[in-house]
Design a protein around this ligand. Structure first.
Ligand code: HPA
Ligand code: ZN
Length: 339
């Protein structure tokens, strides 16, 4: 079996995905027209051509601009449903998606409108495709902790729909320590915890996320490798890193895919996973990300299965669902060995 068929058949879980980052230009133009909003590009091609970034901030500026088109619950539903249809084709059987409430509440869109649209699509995706899911709300780290507290307050009536909290947006200058109190409060309410750290920021930010925020997972975490003791701890504590290869390339976190740290992470025994982050902006969904690392880092079928296993084990799914997904992976392994 060639590697692309292997990746296609491999059952996968996605643990690092911003739903606003799945907004494809075609849908953006359609919703802009539906909502009577103008976007500063003349065509889908012109918009796509603008997706050239030298760093995280250049991407975030365009990503927040795109999100302005989203107005109604129906818009959030359509956005989420398009993502689910797309990943179903990639054989993703479980997904944990981030949404950024503040990106929308700050421009007058109600928290409930956003969550309703996303949640009803996730339910429909579960019914239609059998894709299980968790929803994680992310605090924007360039805003204040006070603002994050207000967002947490708005989420409390929806604890049944929101599994966890995360931390994203501009990393440099906004260390995890800034959000220590709000993460403690979120934990008290039973939210699972994760945070972006070590994407552009130093290994010290990863340490802060672990020590001060008490997160269970690290989103990205590339820069952890700069700190040997931290690596030891990540391995010992079996911490999961949600790595995003095409995102790292596009945001110049890593210049050459051949030198992407995923290979070293696996060799060190780190529970790394592969994810798409913002696929509409970074040029690929799950299978594209798997393909990029398989080719450029010369990963074996066993490595690719380990990446999937890490994702199932490190997911926020129930123990029953995890067991089911791991069994599906073992079934796939058995079938491919026979071929
Ligand atoms: N990093 C930080 N914030 C983000 C990202 C990312 O990769 N994607 C969407 N918001
Ligand atoms: Zn991210």
């Amino acid at each position: 079996m060639d590697i692309s068929n292997f990746i296609q058949g491999l059952p996968k879980a996605e643990l690092h995905l911003h739903i606003e980052g799945t907004f494809e230009p075609e849908l953006m133009f359609r919703l802009a027209e539906r909502n009577g909003i103008s976007i500063p590009y003349r065509s889908v091609e012109e918009l796509r051509a603008a997706y050239q970034f030298r760093n995280l901030q250049e991407f975030l500026d365009i990503y927040y601009q795109g999100a302005n088109v989203l107005q109604t619950a129906e818009d959030f539903y359509d956005l989420t449903m398009a993502y689910l249809e797309r990943i179903h084709r990639d054989n993703v059987i479980h997904t944990e998606i981030f949404f950024d409430p503040q990106t929308h509440t700050h421009r007058g869109i109600d928290f409930n409108t956003v969550l309703d649209g996303i949640h009803s699509a996730m339910e429909e995706g579960h019914r239609k495709f059998g894709i299980s899911y968790e929803i994680i709300m992310s605090f924007l780290r360039h805003l204040s902790e006070e603002d994050a507290f207000r967002t947490l307050e708005q989420a409390l009536p929806h604890k049944d729909k929101i599994t966890g909290v995360g931390l994203d947006s501009s990393e440099l200058g906004n260390p995890p320590s800034k959000f220590q109190k709000v993460f403690r409060e979120a934990a008290k309410h039973g939210f699972r915890l994760t945070a972006h750290a070590g994407e552009e920021g130093p290994a010290a930010y990863v340490r802060e996320a672990l020590d001060l925020l008490n997160v269970e997972r690290i989103d990205h975490g590339n820069r952890s490798l700069d700190d040997e003791d931290l690596v030891k701890r990540i391995v010992e504590e079996k911490l999961v890193l949600t790595v995003c290869p095409l995102s790292n390339k596009k945001l110049q976190v890593c210049r050459h895919m051949e030198r992407h740290p995923l290979r070293r992470m696996l060799d060190l025994g780190i529970r790394a996973t592969v994810n798409s982050d913002d696929p509409a902006y970074f040029g690929g969904y799950m299978n594209d990300n798997f393909m990029a690392v398989a080719e450029h880092l010369d990963l074996s079928p066993e490595d690719l299965m380990q990446l999937s296993r890490n994702a199932f084990e490190g997911s926020f799914a129930t123990p029953e669902r995890k067991a089911e997904m791991l069994a599906e992976l073992e079934r796939f392994a058995g079938e491919t060995v026979r071929k």
